[in-house]
Write a protein that binds this ligand. Sequence first.
Ligand SMILES: Nc1nc2c(ncn2[C@@H]2O[C@H](COP(=O)(O)OP(=O)(O)OP(=O)(O)O)[C@@H](O)[C@H]2O)c(=O)[nH]1
Length: 304
Amino acid sequence: MLENKPGYKSGFVAIIGRPNAGKSTFLNRVVGQKIAIMSDKPQTTRNKVQGVYTTDEAQIVFIDTPGINEPRHKLGDFMLKVAKNTLRGVDAIILMVDSTDRIGKQDRYILDMLEGTETPVYLVMNKIDLIHPDKLVSVMESFQAEFSFAGVIPISALEGNNMEKLLVTLTNQLPEGPQYYPADQVTDHPERFIISELIREKILHLTHEEIPHSIAVVIEKIKRDEDNNKIRVSATIMVERESQKGIVIGKKGALLKEVGIRARKDIEMLLGSSVFLEMWVKVQKDWRNKSTHLRDFGFREDEY
Ligand SMILES: Nc1nc2c(ncn2[C@@H]2O[C@H](COP(=O)(O)OP(=O)(O)OP(=O)(O)O)[C@@H](O)[C@H]2O)c(=O)[nH]1
């Protein structure tokens, strides 16, 4: 299992931007240096871990945000919710733009979506090798006029300029945390993250203020049942106190049952299959300090 080194930093960075901004070039460059590329296996959702940057001090997990680049009319409410949930759950957001382009409709759509987010958003101005500094400043200002960025970092993903600065800026943004992925080996089960978020959301919704947001949902298993062609999802809901366990389960299990009904509907939409959802509630004091917490983010080292 993954270690918790004292002082180690880790977290998630969502990378967004319109097509051609240079996201792949950026990730490839990071990959080329110190990253493990994620497997190419087909995924049930478009929310993918795109790359992991690992050093001795920190690990940045770059993730794609499904739906964020799509026009609103194309985006179902569900995907919009997933996208917004993803953005809320990350430690930083990169908006990557092509500095040779003016701010456009699609950028405005993305900025609109980011409005009000508490996660720091960095404007990464790519392709500076192609542009005169004066022009760069004018494009930068047009973006800054529309959004309050946590920082602006001009880079050339192709030539590597300023990449280090960007990675350091992002690293500074990360909380202390475990190394989610081994430096040299990765597995990628992004749907776990969304599923755990869906379940967590239903619990928070149904329990109102009584259950703190620190509740964790660990997806233990996602497996197709050959007998009935359903996907079996097993989840453990971790709470910190016995009293919370009672609340989550509800009278005669009523609340947990309702959570199950609602979550299953969403998970079925997500996976495009009927789902059998089983859930347990477990009291674990200080779960946040325990290694199992890692799985809250949908990461574990074994295959299913
Ligand atoms: N000159 C220059 N070209 C770049 C830079 N970064 C990316 N490009 C080029 O821009 C084009 C698009 O880059 P990609 O990395 O494929 O862009 P993307 O954002 O991943 O695009 P999608 O996959 O469509 O989302 C490619 O031809 C890259 O070689 C850069 O820093 N400088």
